[in-house]
Design a protein around this ligand. Structure first.
Ligand SMILES: *[C@@H]1O[C@H](CO)[C@@H](O)[C@H](O)[C@H]1NC(C)=O
Ligand SMILES: *[C@@H]1O[C@H](CO)[C@@H](O)[C@H](O)[C@H]1NC(C)=O
Ligand SMILES: *[C@@H]1O[C@H](CO)[C@@H](O)[C@H](O)[C@H]1NC(C)=O
Ligand SMILES: *[C@@H]1O[C@H](CO)[C@@H](O)[C@H](O)[C@H]1NC(C)=O
Ligand SMILES: *[C@@H]1O[C@H](CO)[C@@H](O)[C@H](O)[C@H]1NC(C)=O
Length: 301
């Protein structure tokens, strides 16, 4: 019996200790809520959840009128810890002359001088139907810019091959392999000698090892949703994240704030080079209203 009394007293004691602890905890929670601004809590949350870093991929089909490339230079210099892969395209390729016009020869060296920028020259392949001699000439023209322009910064560090094929064919693979070998061995395209293919869709996986990176998605946000979103990338045979590039355009303006952040996070998980824009017409010819926000989200760790 005596034992029973002791037990009851202990319980009472525990109960009152517990209610004192609860009261102290409640006061602490109330104090923290006042002391820590909600923005700090949000930042801590964001920092811990953006996943692997990826490069910003920029199809820079913007004519370099004075000041036109400033929105790019601004984010490049503000985010030295973010890498940018930038495709330049003076005239559906390097253009007909040994050097592009004076606006290009003024602006390209400025961009090229940033350590976190890798410039690529645009070259058309027309699904491997284009005369390979003409493709070779385009590559050699880019490679000769630094010497022909007497400026080591008037240079690209690799080639973006547009419209590469999706369906497998032995002769097509040989065509692409020959071009990759040329980029890898041509001085004037260093130090990266980087090769990007753009089938715009998932190609036959036998093509993937021929390029350093392949654009496996180039389409609207709606198409992205229809095709299972980022899950599409996880099913590409024998691919790794480091080989994949994705270009999403026509993102609805309603995809903003947390939704935009979640989209960038999803893409960073599956692709190493990413471009996302809300523009729905001429989406590579200017910088959209959410350009800076996109790069900020790419910079978050
Ligand atoms: C450079 O761009 C400006 C603005 O578009 C244009 O007026 C000018 O003719 C261009 N210069 C050359 C050499 O093409
Ligand atoms: C950026 O590129 C440099 C040089 O290629 C590389 O060493 C670095 O790891 C890259 N940074 C990120 C965040 O990918
Ligand atoms: C470099 O410039 C010279 C002189 O204009 C020209 O003959 C040559 O074809 C150019 N090289 C390339 C690869 O465009
Ligand atoms: C490809 O272009 C080269 C050089 O212009 C030319 O000699 C050759 O006949 C062309 N080949 C074909 C199949 O058109
Ligand atoms: C994936 O790679 C393995 C080993 O290299 C190869 O045997 C297989 O055919 C590849 N699968 C596809 C779908 O390319």
């Amino acid at each position: 019996m005596g034992q029973g009394k002791h037990v009851r007293e202990d319980r009472r004691c525990l109960r009152s200790r517990r209610s004192r602890l609860v009261a102290v905890a409640l006061v602490l929670v109330a104090l923290l809520a006042i002391v820590i601004p909600p923005a700090v809590v949000l930042t801590l949350h964001n920092n811990s959840t953006m996943g692997p870093k990826a490069s910003v991929f920029v199809p820079l089909y913007v004519y370099p009128a004075p000041g036109a490339w400033e929105p790019l230079e601004k984010v490049v210099s503000a985010h030295r810890n973010v890498n940018f892969t930038v495709v330049i395209n003076p005239g559906s390729g390097p253009g007909p002359n040994a050097l592009p016009d004076a606006n290009y020869t003024r602006e390209i060296p400025k961009l090229a001088s940033y350590g976190n920028v890798r410039l690529l020259g645009y070259v058309a392949t027309t699904y491997a139907q284009r005369n390979i001699s003409l493709v070779r000439r385009d590559i050699e023209t880019y490679a000769a810019w630094p010497t022909n322009g007497s400026n080591p910064d008037l240079a690209v560090r690799g080639i973006f091959f547009d419209e590469t094929p999706q369906q497998y064919d032995d002769s097509t693979l040989a065509y692409l392999q020959e071009l990759t070998a040329l980029v890898k061995t041509t001085s004037g395209l260093g130090p990266d000698h980087f090769v990007v293919h753009n089938p715009g869709v998932i190609p036959d996986s036998r093509y993937l090892p021929t390029a350093d990176s392949t654009v496996v998605f180039e389409a609207t946000y709606d198409t992205f949703l229809e095709r299972q979103g980022a899950r599409l990338f996880e099913n590409i045979p024998n691919s790794t994240r480091s080989q994949l590039c994705a270009v999403l355009h026509s993102v609805p303006d309603s995809v903003d704030g947390h939704q935009f952040r979640d989209l960038v996070k999803q893409m960073r998980k599956v692709a190493d080079e990413i471009f996302i824009t809300h523009l729905s017409t001429d989406y590579y010819a200017s910088f959209g209203g959410q350009w800076q926000e996109f790069v900020d989200l790419m910079a978050k760790s």
